[in-house]
Design a protein around this ligand. Structure first.
Ligand code: DGL
Length: 281
């Protein structure tokens, strides 16, 4: 579908130098960006945070579809060679639909996460946003790969707002995390999937609440590996030094600079973009 047109669309001589677009509603996708830095150090990245419209996890499918189309359209204008939905909510509600609409490959986090989960355990818990949990996307993906495992999904509506407000170490976050994990601990899960890219930022808290034998699955690790594989297959992996990462957000650039600092370990230059302005063709 995209393979015949990809070389026509991007930097004609050297498509491998084109950036990869990575997007999320906010800072959650930085957990995927970190993995890309580690596994694909030569790739240039454009990171999009749709911070003016987060949290995505309480939005309808119609809204998510519209936001995702706007962001991907903007990315197309920036001539990305590939896009990564570093957002489970978008991957659950929009990936299958928008994949057909753009002429570059689009990867989501759910399938790589589901594949990794079944390799680790049999009693799998998934913590996710309300929209992702309700969609059943993880349960379906996991059971399609391996039908004899058990899956429990828990919706965690308060996590994303707490993380975006830099309240990770707030005692309230620990309290609410206990409430969310309790039913999964009761089910004696052996594996827990971070079904939202924000949640690895809570890993010290979640780890401290879970029995030590429970394995944690971060789909970010596995989507970066899938991205590497796809770039190899398409022959567009960059072998030159990368451009500095470009950060574009729809909300306050200053706020994003502050909230991303801890995850990135450096102060990013952040520009503000109105994705809703992109004209859909
Ligand atoms: N980090 C995103 C996800 O993985 C979106 C969270 C949100 O905005 O609710 O679902």
């Amino acid at each position: 579908m995209y393979s015949s047109s990809i070389f026509d669309t991007f930097s004609p001589q050297e498509p491998q130098r084109a950036p990869i677009g990575v997007f999320d509603s906010g800072v959650g996708g930085l957990t995927v960006l970190r993995q890309i830095y580690q596994q694909l150090p030569n790739e240039s990245i454009i990171y999009v945070g749709d911070t003016a419209r987060l949290p995505y996890g309480i939005r309808s499918q119609t809204e998510i579809l519209q936001f995702v189309r706007e962001i991907l359209h903007w990315m197309q204008q920036q001539r990305v060679k590939m896009a990564i939905m570093a957002c489970n909510t978008s991957s659950a509600l929009a990936l299958d639909i928008v994949r057909q609409e753009f002429n570059f490959p689009i990867l989501g986090v759910i399938l790589p996460g589901a594949r990794a989960a079944v390799q680790q355990g049999q009693r799998i818990g998934v913590i996710a946003t309300p929209a992702t949990a309700q969609s059943n996307a993880y349960r379906q993906a996991i059971l399609e790969i391996q039908s004899n495992v058990q899956v429990w999904q828990v919706s965690c509506p308060e996590f994303v707002p707490l993380i975006e407000q830099n309240r990770i170490h707030d005692p309230y976050t620990m309290e609410i995390a206990k409430t969310y994990l309790e039913p999964l601990i009761e089910k004696e899960i052996d594996t827990l999937v971070y079904g939202c890219t924000h949640y690895p930022l809570l890993s010290p808290i979640l780890r401290s609440l879970l029995p030590h034998q429970v394995k944690l699955i971060d789909p970010a690790v596995h989507v970066a590996a899938a991205c590497s594989q796809e770039l190899d297959i398409l022959g567009i992996k960059n072998t030159h030094p990368p451009m500095p990462t470009r950060f574009a957000v729809s909300g306050s650039s200053q706020q994003f600079t502050q909230s991303s600092l801890q995850c990135l370990g450096y102060t990013p230059m952040v520009e503000q973009v109105c994705f809703a302005d992109t004209v859909l063709s």
